[in-house]
Structures are given as C-alpha cells and as structure tokens.
Write a protein that binds this ligand. Structure first.
Ligand code: PRP
Ligand code: URA
Length: 209
C-alpha cells in the first residue's frame, strides 16, 4: 500500500495558512506555493540513493557522496500544478517537465483530459506528479493511470491540501504510489470543493476570478 506522508513542518503550515486566507492575492499566493513546493521537495527526495565519488578538496582527496544518476520528471496537472514546478526544479534542476491537462467537468466533477506532453524517456524516470488540490482524487488518479499506460513505473504524488476522499481514492486505485501532502482537511462540500481548503487554486494562482 502507498504511504500518505503529511509534511506539516511549521514553516510549511505557516505559509499554507497565509495562502488559505481570502485576502491573499495572486502574487503572494504564487510565491508561497513556490516556497512550499521547494520545502516539500526535501521530503519527497529524502530516499534518493547516494553513491560514493572520489573528489579533491583544496586540502586533500576524499570519498564523498552524490545522488546516483536518478532520472526525475516533474509532471504538473494543468493548470494549478504549474505553480509547484519551479520550487521543485530549484531542488532538482536536471528534472525534465511533462504536462498533463485535466479540468473537472463542472456538472459531474469528473476530470476531462485536454493535453498531454511528456519527456520522450518518461518510462525511465521517477515521476513526481504535482497538483495543489486533491479533492475527489479523480484528476490525480487519472493522471497517474495515464503515466502508467506510458510505461512509468515509479510515481509519487505531491499535493498541498487534500480531502480524505481524494487520498483514499488514489491509494485504492494506485497502491504503489506514495502521496505527499502539506495538510489533510476535513471534507468536500456539495460542489466537491475542499472544506476549509483554499478555494479554486488555479483561479487564485492565475487571477482568473
Ligand atoms: C483542480 C485542481 C485539481 C483538481 C482537483 O483543477 O487543481 O487538478 O481540481 O480535483 P479532483 O481531486 O476532484 O479531481 P481544476 O479542474 O479546477 O482545473 P484548473 O487547475 O485548470 O483550475
Ligand atoms: N479544485 C480546487 O481548486 N479546489 C478545491 O477545493 C477542489 C478542486
């Protein structure tokens, strides 16, 4: 079974509280999401294997450690997932970026795919799927299915705020995928929005409402 990791470091929780506030505008929302994504990146990469390398410092030779040839791809679910890419890429600058476009149908709340562009060697990479909101879990689950159909074997999901229903769906559909999240909220409302949540992440990020 995949693990659910709640990354509730005080710096992350503090920044998330500012993001949640109605009065926080797009500029601050964007900057905070970027910062939190970088902090969460520390946890999501914690188990990356190290290998020994021989180097020379100005004083002597030594055997030191570096991350061993890990090939990573970051895959944001459009649109809101875009806000988590830069922070993660600051930590893993060589990561390639793929894009999966999904929107939730306003009536059914089910995800509809409209775009997909992935690195050509995606199946060789550890893929980190990013999306701030894990509500019903439909979008994340469909994105992971799409990646598996392309041959990807190692997938992690990084979100900001989740609802229990969403986490349960992803864990049931994809027991091999670990989920990293900054906060697990209470529930979904009748429009399948996370309560208390932070509203529509895409609209707040891009100022479209
Ligand atoms: C939001 C969010 C997730 C999805 C979560 O995207 O960014 O992708 O909803 O909901 P789910 O877990 O119930 O599938 P939205 O469809 O609003 O598109 P947007 O990012 O373009 O605004
Ligand atoms: N999408 C969002 O942006 N927010 C929610 O609360 C649910 C889905």
């Amino acid at each position: 079974m995949g693990k659910l990791h709640i990354i509730d470091h005080p710096m992350i929780t503090h920044k998330l509280t500012i993001m949640r506030k109605t009065e926080t505008g797009s500029k601050d929302f964007r900057e905070l999401l970027n910062e939190i994504s970088m902090f969460m990146g520390y946890e999501i990469t914690r188990d990356f294997p190290l290998e020994e390398v021989e180097i020379e410092t100005p004083v002597s030779k030594m055997t030191a450690k570096m991350i061993s040839g890990k090939k990573v791809a970051i895959v944001p679910i459009l649109r809101a997932g875009l806000g988590m890419v830069d922070g993660l890429q600051t930590l893993v600058p060589v990561a390639k970026v793929g894009h999966i476009g999904l929107y939730r149908d306003p009536e059914t709340h089910l995800p509809v795919e409209y775009y997909c562009k992935l690195p050509f060697d995606i199946e060789e990479r550890t893929v980190i799927v990013v999306d701030p909101m894990l509500a019903t879990g439909g979008s994340a689950s469909d994105a992971i299915t799409l990646l598996k159909n392309k041959g990807v074997k190692s997938i992690r999901l990084m979100c900001l705020v989740g609802a229990p229903e969403g986490a349960e769906k992803v864990m049931a559909d994809h027991p091999d995928v670990d989920i990293y999240i900054a906060a697990m909220d209470e529930k979904l409302n009748e429009h399948k929005y996370i309560v208390p949540g932070l509203g529509d992440a895409g609209d707040r990020l891009f100022g479209t409402k």
